[in-house]
Structures are given as structure tokens and as C-alpha cells.
Design a protein around this ligand. Structure first.
Ligand code: FE2
Length: 248
């Protein structure tokens, strides 16, 4: 099995609804490493409506920095070949994009890739506007867990349109590994068939639910679509995103 890179997870301890504390963060890092993950971009949630003021954003970012330092220290001692990076998973809100102080959230590894999520019930039209706004700002949107937006299931042309604009699609490892039947499974299959899956990531939140495991999904993709595709979505593409390299 090849090494893998995870660009979407909530492993930093005590900052969002992911790892509760540093102990759980270390356990999750152990699990990720044992699974074959060698690059982790921590992406704590950034939801603008959770903050009451600029200073509460600052406090949140300080907590992230402290937790990230602890993770770096842990990896330095235990896993010298584990590379760590920082970003955010940003809940889309026009205010986040329009604000002149957009440096209060982080793109993936500080580059131009913007990991974005939406409210699950968002209409395709609002999603299209959001994608345009993100691009206009000069960011490259990576739609987190694209399989979560049921509105897209019924509109394959719209999915193509989003890609033509330049949106990248991330699918959760657990959705690939665990969902076998039904509309979500068919949607994911249709994305793979059209080569629309750019990246698989764990979206790990704990050691029990949404775990930091990618290998199961990688193996399943290799079986269905070949080793090359599996390696592309689990290593090459996420690494390109981390390093700010243009994918298409
Ligand atoms: Fe997430």
C-alpha cells in the first residue's frame, strides 16, 4: 500500500467538534500513521456565525496554533516522516468571502486552495454563486464531502458546470468505504466514472466516529477503478493541493 495524504480532518485537540483534547489528538495521529497516512493537513471548522467578535476569532486561532504546535512536537518525537500542515474547513458565508480581513481563516497550507462546506440543504444555484465568489476572490474551491449535497444527485449537468468553473471535489473516505447502496453510493460512482473525484480525505472527528482511516477507501477504489486512480485521489492530488500546484 502506498503512503497517503489527508487534507481534511478535525484532529487538532480541543478546538472544534473533533478531537476533544491533546490525548485524543495523539491517538488519532497514531491511527492515521498506522493506516499509512504520511501527510496531514488539520482543517478545524471555521464558521463565521460562531464568533461574536474579531477577538473571539483571534482566541480561536490562538487555540489552533497551540494545538498545532503540540501536534508538531508529538510527530517530531514519534513520527519524523509525518508531515503536518494547517488549514480550515470554511462554512460558506458571503461575509467570510467579502470581508477584507479574510486572513482570519486559513486556506490549505496557506496556499490558494479553499476547503469549503455548505449547509446541506443549499440549492445548486446558491452553490454556484458561492463557487463564483470564491473564484473571484482568487481562491481555488475544494468542495468538502461533495456527496453530502443531495441536490447535486439530480443535476449531473450542474455538477459538470461546477467543475468547468474550476471547483474541485473531495469525497469522504468513510462514504467510499462504508456506503454500498442507495443514492449516495450511486452519486459517488457516477463521479468516479466521470473522473470527477479529485481527492479522498478522512474528515476524521474522533477515534470512533469518522476515524482517521483512508486505506479501506483506497483499497476499494483500487479494486473498482485501478491502482492509478486510487493513488491519484489518496496521494498525488492531495499533495498537489497542499503544495499549491494546479490540478486542472
Ligand atoms: Fe469536516
Amino acid at each position: 500500500m502506498f503512503e497517503m495524504a489527508d487534507i481534511h480532518c478535525h484532529m487538532l485537540g480541543g478546538v472544534d467538534d473533533g478531537a476533544k483534547n491533546h490525548t485524543e489528538m495523539y491517538e488519532m495521529m497514531d491511527m492515521a500513521y498506522a493506516d499509512g497516512i504520511r501527510h496531514i493537513c488539520f482543517t478545524p471548522h471555521f464558521k463565521i456565525y460562531h464568533f461574536k467578535s474579531a477577538s473571539s476569532i483571534e482566541r480561536y486561532n490562538q487555540a489552533i496554533a497551540i494545538s498545532f504546535d503540540a501536534a508538531v512536537e508529538y510527530a517530531r518525537e514519534k513520527y519524523p516522516d509525518l508531515m503536518l500542515y494547517l488549514g480550515n474547513e470554511v462554512m460558506y458565508h458571503s461575509e467570510v468571502i467579502e470581508s477584507s480581513e479574510s486572513n482570519h481563516f486559513k486556506n490549505i497550507n496557506g496556499g490558494s486552495y479553499f476547503l469549503v462546506e455548505f449547509q446541506p440543504e443549499i440549492s445548486v444555484y446558491d452553490m454556484r454563486n458561492a463557487i463564483r465568489n470564491i473564484l473571484r476572490k482568487g481562491y481555488r474551491p475544494v468542495i468538502a464531502h461533495v456527496e453530502r449535497y443531495a441536490e447535486l444527485y439530480k443535476k449531473p449537468d450542474f455538477v459538470r458546470e461546477l467543475r468547468e468553473y474550476g471547483a474541485l471535489f473531495q469525497v469522504n473516505a468513510s462514504s467510499v468505504a462504508k456506503i454500498r447502496f442507495g443514492k449516495t453510493a450511486s452519486f459517488i460512482k457516477s463521479l468516479f466514472k466521470r473522473s470527477y473525484v479529485d481527492v479522498i480525505a478522512t474528515d476524521a472527528h474522533s477515534t470512533e466516529v469518522y476515524t482517521p482511516i483512508m486505506s479501506e477507501a483506497a483499497k476499494k477504489i483500487a479494486r473498482s477503478y485501478g491502482d492509478e486512480v486510487a493513488k491519484k485521489v489518496c496521494l498525488t492530488n492531495p499533495l498537489a493541493i497542499i503544495n499549491g500546484i494546479k490540478l486542472f
